[in-house]
Design a protein around this ligand. Structure first.
Ligand SMILES: *Cc1c(COP(=O)(O)O)cnc(C)c1O
Length: 361
């Protein structure tokens, strides 16, 4: 039996995609071989790779002056790739960071090894329950880039608007929100995202980069991390994560078939609204995030006590609602309701929450 999996990542994939992949697992479209066994230099893989790039461009309306790459290493490797690629060819990049949670904190920490990094704003004073306000004047005028995390997976916040950084390229970690809502790519210099939240199994990472920012690496930058090298080689510089790229292309095709990002955004807003409305009308459950900045994807919540939280997670799991335990930094529960979580799954969760409240109030 399939359960509703609220894991923050790796997370659910659309059932239609899993079934299609299963059908093609042993013999991919009559090639007599699985994608896992296929040379990344073969014709069929070339098509998979091209499809993945083309479909993502279409879904996100990525302008022509941006390149897309599919690489290994996770979003975490990009924490270092960002300062190493955006160094204006010096060995000392200048980056301004807005720290809104765990991952942006990690990105900042890694970047500090490669240059002159400044934490320009942070929401740590209120345990990352909001997004700090900034303006173009908040940043150093000679910064190479400004780095943000668009959706904070652990703390359940998101930007409600793209911050203004003037002429300084904006770099955004979108690991936990890519393709969940429409974004204007032209407002960003670089967008990157690990696939295992909204796109594919773990293994592939997506980087979208404005072409004028390519080729300015620090001399320290490892070849494998150079975006320009990956762009020149159409993401085939070395052996790419072929299977996750293949599943990504199937997820993209599926998303396109249901109406694209606009459609899934409506569904995501509906799911998030149902859950937040339920939490807000209850005196039993609480979500700590300032309403304006509530994430569409990750919803942390608590019951009145830690004992009840633990019992909630255990009982929910028995009902086929799994992986609801909150991150250790926040406690309580967290429901990650990514693109592939059906509306029905959120309804089931709310139904369970209602029952649990009545039994434990
Ligand atoms: C999951 C996550 C990461 C870490 O991704 P890896 O692919 O495991 O390196 C980074 N940033 C955000 C926002 C995430 O949600």
């Amino acid at each position: 039996m399939r359960v509703y999996n609220f894991s923050a990542g790796p997370s659910m994939l659309p059932l239609e995609v899993l079934e299609k992949v299963q059908k093609n697992l042993v013999d991919y479209e009559g090639t007599g071989t699985s994608v896992m066994e296929m040379s990344h230099r073969s014709k069929p893989y070339d098509k998979i790779n091209d499809d993945a790039h083309t479909l993502l461009r279409e879904l996100m309306h990525i302008p022509d002056n941006y390149s897309i790459i599919f690489v290994q290493g996770g979003a975490s490797m990009q924490f270092e790739a960002v300062p190493l690629n955006l160094a204006h060819s010096s060995s000392c990049a200048k980056g301004d960071y807005i720290v809104t949670g765990n991952f942006s904190g990690k990105a900042y920490k890694e970047a500090k090894k490669y240059g002159d990094m400044v934490e320009v704003a942070s929401s740590k004073d209120k345990n990352f329950t909001y997004i700090p306000k900034t303006s173009a004047e908040s940043f150093r005028s000679d910064a190479d880039y400004v780095h943000i995390c668009y959706n904070n997976t652990i703390f359940g916040t998101r930007y409600d608007d793209v911050p203004d950084t003037g002429a300084i390229p904006l770099v955004a970690d979108m690991s936990s929100c890519i393709l969940s809502q429409e974004v204007d790519v032209s407002k960003f210099g670089v967008i990157y995202a690990g696939a295992q939240k909204n796109i594919a199994p773990a293994g592939v990472t997506i980087v979208i980069v404005r072409n004028d920012l390519l080729g300015q690496e620090s001399p320290l930058c490892p070849t494998m991390m150079k975006w320009a090298v990956q762009v020149e080689n159409k993401s085939l510089y070395n052996t790419p994560p072929t299977f996750s790229t293949y599943v990504a292309s199937e997820v993209f095709a599926h998303l396109k078939s249901i109406g694209g990002v606009k459609t899934i955004q409506k569904i995501n807003e509906e799911k998030a609204k149902m859950l937040y409305d339920f939490i807000d009308q209850s005196s039993f459950y609480k979500n700590p995030v300032e309403k304006q900045y509530r994430s569409l994807m990750n919803v942390p919540f608590t019951t009145p006590t830690q004992e009840l939280d633990a019992s909630f997670v255990a009982e929910a799991s028995k009902q086929g609602l799994i992986s609801l335990k909150g991150h250790r930094l926040v406690g309580g529960m967290r429901a990650s309701i990514y693109n592939a979580m059906p509306v029905e799954g959120v309804k089931k969760l709310i139904e369970f929450m209602g029952k649990f409240e009545l039994e434990n109030k």
